[in-house]
Design a protein around this ligand. Structure first.
Ligand code: SF4
Length: 366
């Protein structure tokens, strides 16, 4: 297909490719985008043409973005990509009909937009949810336009083609669900157990995983394969530890012992400083954040396990080392390791020290 427009500019029938061309992207930009998304999906190179074909022929999917108990960090993640990246292009592959933070409308007008999508596109739109949902006292702790978050999410997600939970609060409750969880905050799948939900956990979500999930859906007509926590395997199939740039130092027994020490300056492993990478599943080391510039471990701080269901309570204290990370070896999966994380509090009692792991345990495949 060449760059000519087959449909009226900006019409609902406009394809994703047409929209990109209209925004000034070249055919080469488009193919680079398809290649990047295919790589993010961990698909082999031959799938690039299939992704390209889907984006050339499919209409921009309608998306509504709901926001509840959160810090808006996931909206920030969506908006803060810089050009020309996959993250930025998401604004051109979606028709975002409702998003309180970025939409021009406000008040009754905004709520009407949401009601219109539900009424006119039932079963044909994607719902994105940011933030947790309070269940206590009838949901009074988070209300928008006089309706509780639970009421809104039940109606909007219940009538959607699919729901994507953006960030750990929407996936598993996150920080609002930390003890004593005064509002009984839960994630979308716990609030609505019978609807299809893809969990894109992380604090915040990585925008490139949003793009890849939607492109997967457009390309294959189905949601991507998920782990037992509802997270796409392409993004959460491997532990941080398995792809970490400091892994060689872990295996060599070279650990940072104090912030700013020689090992820290040399980029050694952060396990002793509380890194939760051995029990955390996410593709951070591969795609990083901020358009691939860096990620927490890369910039010298241990992983805090923000993409796991156990976050927050199960990952604190952040600066105590894990007592005994399960599942060493690059073949570990979320299903094998599972939650595997009890409270790390009291990690000092751990008898299984690093020395033991690096002298025979670190190559074991669980
Ligand atoms: S413990 Fe943390 S810093 Fe060390 S290799 Fe594993 S993920 Fe990387």
């Amino acid at each position: 297909m060449d760059g000519s427009h087959r449909h009226e500019v900006g019409s609902p029938e406009e394809t994703i490719y047409e929209s990109l061309v209209r925004k000034g992207y070249s055919r080469r930009d488009f193919l680079r985008f398809c290649t990047a998304v295919t790589a993010a999906l961990a698909l082999p190179a031959p799938f690039v043409s299939r992704v390209a074909e889907a984006l050339e022929t499919k209409k921009k999917p309608i998306l509504v973005w709901l926001e509840f108990q959160d810090c808006a960090g996931n909206s920030e993640a969506l908006l803060r990509a810089t050009k020309p990246t996959v993250g930025e292009l998401i604004l051109d592959i979606l028709s975002i009909e409702y998003h309180e933070t970025i939409m021009a409308a406000a008040g009754h007008q905004a709520e009407k937009s949401l009601a219109d999508v539900v009424a006119n596109h039932k079963g044909n739109y994607i719902a994105a949810v940011e933030g947790s949902i309070p269940m206590k006292d009838g949901g009074v702790y988070c209300c928008i336009g006089g309706r509780s978050a639970k009421d809104i999410v039940t109606e909007v997600c219940g009538n959607a083609m699919a729901t994507i939970a953006m960030g750990t609060c929407a996936c598993f409750g996150g920080l609002p669900a930390a003890a004593p969880n005064p509002t009984s905050a839960v994630g979308v799948s716990a609030a609505l157990p019978n609807i299809p939900v893809v969990n894109l956990s992380g604090c915040p979500v990585n925008v490139e995983n949003i793009t890849a999930t939607i492109v997967y859906f457009l390309t294959f007509g189905t949601l991507p394969p998920l782990d037992k926590f509802g997270r796409p395997l392409f993004a959460y199939g491997k532990r941080i530890h398995d792809n970490c740039e400091r892994r060689a130092h872990f295996d060599a027994g070279q650990y940072v012992r104090e912030w700013g020490d020689e090992g820290h300056r040399k980029g050694w492993c952060l396990y002793e400083m509380g890194c939760k990478g051995p029990e955390t599943f996410h593709n951070c080391p591969r795609i990083k954040y901020n358009d691939g510039t860096s990620w927490p471990v890369g910039s010298g701080h241990g992983c805090i396990g923000c993409s796991e269901p156990a976050f927050w309570d199960g990952m604190t204290p952040f600066y105590e080392r894990l007592p005994q990370p399960p599942g060493f070896g690059v073949e570990a999966t979320a299903d094998k390791v599972g939650l595997g994380i009890t409270a790390v509090t009291g990690a000092a009692v751990a008898a299984h020290g690093i020395g033991r792991m690096i002298t025979g345990k670190n190559t074991r495949k669980d």
